[in-house]
Design a protein around this ligand. Structure first.
Ligand SMILES: Nc1nc2c(ncn2[C@@H]2O[C@H](COP(=O)(O)OP(=O)(O)OP(=O)(O)O)[C@@H](O)[C@H]2O)c(=O)[nH]1
Length: 397
């Protein structure tokens, strides 16, 4: 989705100035952004550095303790084609971080309904609403491409009419006025042949006979063709009300952009959207944490001061939803994340999902030398805390 309306669009006027009255606070006009010519395809560029013309050294936008490492040689300015994001293999032994505590059993999930959503960029995605046996929230799977299908959605339900099946989204291909059957074969049978105007059915899901025909080829399949997955946690502030305190809205946009590009993600992709707002503490508590951050604490400390874990999330639901979408098993997935805990946790207690590669999410401002992306003192502090305290890996290594 190259033209997704970014939550951080420069054209969007700020609601109010976030500039504090600290005398040494960064003045935007005092700085010239270095590296503004960096290629936007450079997935491991360093963030912009601030330079101040006056005699006083500038207060760093990024924590002085944090120097994002540069990975040379990844930009190809002469090649205008989009390149798949670089990814790094995830070894079975995993990362250096301790394995997070996992539920002994995966939650049971059920896809209640799905619908085709044409988007403002001209791409389409399939929005799936899931229910489960551990909470009452509607967790979501945003599916790009036609290869990925929900097993629980497609399951036969006793006494169900064809209209009911189509209404809950359990159909193959596309709906059109007058369609009477959820399955293409039934339409063929009823009409003697495939109707001329009938749009092409979706390709079969992984694990079906058609896809197993291609099973041998799968062994040779380049890892870039593994489905791309993002496990995204709800962030009302960053995704809906234009907050520049975090990079959540930008990450959601970027995941959708990569997954809707057949070049970047030829096997399609899924964003599992979990309703665990505020790293699991909820919106109200997150707002309290923001006030504590304005009082000088970082995002980690603020949660602790509120007597919450620094990160109160879990990922068992995501594992179950991925299995339901046919992405479990040895073939594996590529996971779009900087969070080492997520890589471990999403694999599940019995390694039901295998993360073959991790694809880093580098902030847009870093990739573009500050030309695009979120610019705020708050987000810089947030990102440096994620790296220093949550051990997020914002580069490919
Ligand atoms: N408690 C709290 N939650 C926050 C804050 N800022 C963002 N969040 C929440 O954090 C979640 C996103 O977490 P991130 O740490 O940005 O990213 P991640 O999901 O751990 O890792 P990535 O996969 O690399 O994006 C969302 O639920 C946001 O609502 C904050 O300051 N305090």
């Amino acid at each position: 989705m190259p033209d997704l309306p970014a939550h951080t669009s420069p054209a969007f006027p700020p609601l109010h100035s976030l500039r504090p009255e600290h005398p040494h606070h960064l003045e935007a006009d005092d700085y010239v952004l270095a590296g503004a010519t960096a290629s936007s395809s450079d997935a491991t560029s360093t963030p912009p550095k601030a330079r101040r013309p006056s005699q006083h050294p500038p207060p760093a936008i990024i924590s002085p303790a944090f120097t994002p490492p540069a990975t040379p040689g990844v930009s190809t300015p002469s090649d205008p084609r989009p390149r798949p994001p670089r990814s790094v293999p995830v070894l079975p032994s995993g990362t250096d971080s301790p394995r997070p505590e996992l539920l002994e059993q995966l939650p049971i999930v059920d896809c209640e309904v799905r619908a085709r959503i044409p988007t403002t960029t001209g791409h389409e995605m399939w929005l799936h609403v899931y229910r489960n046996n551990v909470d009452t929230k509607e967790h979501l799977a945003i599916v790009f491409g036609n290869q990925i299908r929900s097993r629980s959605l497609d399951r036969e339900r006793e006494g169900e009419t064809e209209l009911e099946r189509m209404t809950r989204g359990a159909y193959v291909g596309r709906l059109y006025p007058g369609r009477t059957h959820s399955r293409v074969e039934a339409i063929k049978r009823a009409e003697g042949a495939m109707p001329k105007a009938q749009p092409q059915p979706q390709s079969q899901s992984p694990g079906s006979s058609a896809s197993s025909d291609a099973g041998d080829a799968a062994a040779e399949t380049s890892r870039t063709e593994l489905p791309l997955v993002r496990i995204h946690s709800e962030c009302y502030t960053g995704e809906t009300v234009w907050s520049a305190r975090c990079d959540c809205g930008e990450q959601l946009d970027e995941a959708a952009r990569l997954m809707s590009s057949p070049h970047m993600s030829p096997s399609g992709g899924v964003i599992i959207y979990l309703r665990q707002e505020g790293r699991g503490i909820g919106l109200g508590e997150k707002l309290k944490a923001y006030n504590l951050q304005d009082l000088g604490n970082d995002t980690y400390e603020a949660n602790i001061m509120l007597r919450h874990p620094a990160d109160a999330r879990s990922y068992g639901l995501a594992t179950s939803m991925l299995v339901d979408l046919g992405l479990g098993g040895e073939e594996g997935i590529r996971l779009l994340t900087n969070n080492p805990d997520k890589v471990r946790a999403v694999e599940g207690p019995g390694r039901e999902v295998v993360v073959r590669e991790r694809v880093a999410m580098v902030p847009l401002a870093w990739k573009t030398g500050g030309e695009k992306g979120i610019k705020s003192e708050e987000v810089e502090k947030y990102l440096s805390t994620k790296i220093e305290k949550f051990k997020h890996m914002l580069t490919q290594q």
